[in-house]
Design a protein around this ligand. Structure first.
Ligand SMILES: CSC[C@H]1O[C@H](OP(=O)(O)O)[C@H](O)[C@@H]1O
Length: 334
């Protein structure tokens, strides 16, 4: 599959095909989802994950529903509402659902056409935004070749194709301007250790994985020229919701005056909210923290604080880069 998620339906057999990200890095498995309930389950267990990929899933899910309930608009709207609510933080999921729903009165073929347009636009946006961010980092950082630190997974697995922050890595590597990548493992679900490492290894790019709490030490030791991350929802004032642990990296980057650059498509901007305090942060199951590799690592009955995201205040962000523009923040490394 060239795309991480795509339409795989045929006459009388609507379906979505997607890489099962829970199976990586040990197995590259493709799921074929034939109902919205199957799609919602895949989103909730992060078989499908990453803000732009969730936007695509939302749009394709409405098309799936429209083909499954061709004469029942109410049933489609009910499934669309449940789909949009599957994960609350990434704005892209609800955005993708709403975009596809607008075509519902024209019938399922029109809904699918809109969903496929979302997929086409995502890859174009990612390539443009990551090229723009790579050029900005080349301007901000005099050292050659560059050493980048990433958090979570922001590559093609988190999008329809190419990637956002990790797309910067692909551009700089192609330019011959990249020395290595330090990839935060990103506890508890290890999107960095499992998914970013898998993408970097597949691309033959030098990398090392680090525990999340080692990122400040890497910055303090001068091992990083720039931090590049993705986003799940960006408020009107430039506050950035992203994977848990991003805020800590931003604090350390500011302390050591290392540029902290956010790469995201325009569909991740949520200008309807004034600042990050209004972003709903997804709380995930206790077991994701109290168990590791299927085994308990805490005493029975232990509680856990397990927010899936945090909010990095705009004043810690050097720049937010989309396919259309660069928002320069007062963050470190200017
Ligand atoms: C291309 S940005 C992806 C964005 O989504 C990730 O969250 P999750 O793995 O829970 O979907 C993470 O925040 C990434 O930065």
């Amino acid at each position: 599959m060239r795309r991480t998620i795509d339409w795989d339906g045929g006459p009388g057999d609507p379906a979505i095909a997607t890489v099962d990200q829970c199976a990586l890095p040990h197995e590259h498995r493709v799921l074929r989802l034939r109902t919205v309930d199957e799609l919602i389950d895949a989103i909730k267990r992060l078989a499908i994950r990453g803000a732009p990929a969730l936007g695509a899933a939302g749009a394709l899910g409405v098309a799936l529903s429209a083909y499954r309930h061709p004469a029942d608009e109410a049933a489609v709207r009910d499934e669309a509402a449940r789909l949009a609510a599957a994960r609350p933080t990434a704005v892209n999921l609800g955005w993708g659902v709403e975009r596809a729903l607008k075509r519902l009165p024209e019938g399922p073929d029109a809904v699918l056409a809109e969903a496929l347009a979302v997929l086409e636009e995502d890859e174009r946006a990612n390539r443009k935004a990551s090229r723009r961010a790579a050029d900005l980092i080349l301007q901000l950082c005099p050292r050659r070749p560059l050493r980048l630190l990433t958090h979570c997974n922001t590559g093609r697995l988190a999008t329809v194709a190419w990637g956002t922050a990790l797309g910067v890595v692909w551009h700089l590597a192609a330019d011959g301007q990249l020395e290595y990548v330090l990839a935060d493992e990103t506890r508890p679900l290890l999107q960095g250790a499992r998914l970013t490492a898998w993408e970097l290894a597949e691309a033959g790019i030098p990398y090392r994985v680090l525990v999340d709490s080692a990122a400040p030490a890497a910055l303090a030791q001068g091992l990083v020229d720039a931090v590049v991350v993705g986003a799940d929802r960006i408020a009107a004032n430039g506050d950035v919701a992203n994977k848990i642990g991003t805020y800590a990296v931003a604090l350390a980057a500011a302390r050591h005056r290392v540029p902290f650059v956010v790469v995201a498509p325009e569909s991740t901007l949520d200008l309807s909210i004034p600042d990050g305090s209004r972003i709903t942060i997804e709380e995930r199951p206790v077991e994701e923290v109290t168990r590791f590799a299927g085994q308990p690592v805490t005493p029975p009955g232990a509680g856990a604080f397990n927010p899936a995201f945090d909010v990095t205040p705009a004043d810690l962000v050097t720049a937010i880069v989309t396919e259309d523009r660069v928002f320069h923040g007062p963050g470190a490394g200017q």
